[in-house]
Design a protein around this ligand. Sequence first.
Ligand SMILES: [Zn+2]
Length: 453
Amino acid sequence: MNEGISTGEMWRSAETILLRGGRLVDPAAEIDGRQDLFIRRGRLEGMAAEISRDADLTFDLSGLVIAPGFGDAHVHLREPGNEDAETIASGSLAAARGGFTRIACMPNTQPSLDTRGQIEYVLRQAQAAGHARVYPVGAATRGREGAQLTEMHELQAAGAVAVSDDGNPIASSRMMRRVLEYARTWGMLLITHAEDPELVGEGVMHEGYWSTVLGLQGIPAAAEGIAVARDVRLAELTGARLHVAHVSTREAVETIRAAKARGVAVTAETAPHYIALTDEALKDYESVYRVNPPLRSAEDREALIAGLRDGTLDILATDHAPHTVVAKDQELAAAPPGMIGMETAVGVTLEVLRHREGLSLTEIVALWATRPAQVLGWGGGRLKLGEDADLTIFDEEASWQVEPERFASRARNCPFRGWTLRGRVRMTVCGGRLTHSEGVTACPSERFQTEFS
Ligand SMILES: [Zn+2]
């Protein structure tokens, strides 16, 4: 084989590929054990404990975990409008590097994704880039201003996977009711950014011990608790499907737990930064730790992990929020809130939830693959013979150091800079195509090698 021929080039040219020796974790199929996968022209053709057929290309995946392709239900791609911070191409490449085959991007671009044309634009750009399946979330109200409903059915017809005014809460309860009623009419999921804007006020961090010590304006947990309680109640009133984005507090977890027990159609997510960090991170006034909702107390963090364990919180999502270095490199109160997360998500999840908190691989794959597919209805989330292969392959033990300068994302506002994480993505396969590989070696068959070189 010629030196310099990349794994990607070989993957593209191979008709048959065998992935041998990996540990397949597919919660939907209740599989956790060695499975070899046989892929023909991108399609999953065979799956068994041991496959000894010849293939053009064979990968030895012993020691690695194979999961259905991971999905990130909450990212910001900044295009159109702020391409200095991120583009659909750079953000979807960051997704592939982070192990994601599907991402849902929020509509708080400039202009916002509130028309059919805007949704189609995102889909075209994503297709041209070809790194991941991108599912735009349409705006719930025009310009995300909370005053007039969008034409949700047109957004849906154009390919919007849900509606949301994310970035902004929908402040008026009356408007929220109308949004939910309208979303229900079209069978659309409403994703809520649940913060009471008046209680958030000028706050820059969680209101508690550390905001007092640091003399910074706080955001009380009640800002989220009140908004979640209202939205859950309105979902109950209207019968609409509600998904609560970026849950950060114990009280929101308790409200959602109680609502689910009553049978309300509510799902919820939290983000890796809320389970890895607390408000203490702000003690040196570094703006990289500013995010909305803010990093909370140790007690809140514990409650979020308990919520992930018992299924009150259905999924993890990154809330990947890129900002330029210039924008983020300001004092705390002036810097925009938000952190990037797609390229550290799997590492942080495995480090914190797997290695420190002892969650099983089945639980972790459910949080990143199985349940995101159920919440967003975007297909996948499980392996199926005859379908295009969609895989996230990772080493749960490999240690690496977080160096944001190496990221595919254009942004560098990563709160985990310098951390050592146990858990690293090795391959991402999206729609049968290899969209990322690192540290794995393909072994070509003799015939393929001759033809290829
Ligand atoms: Zn949000």
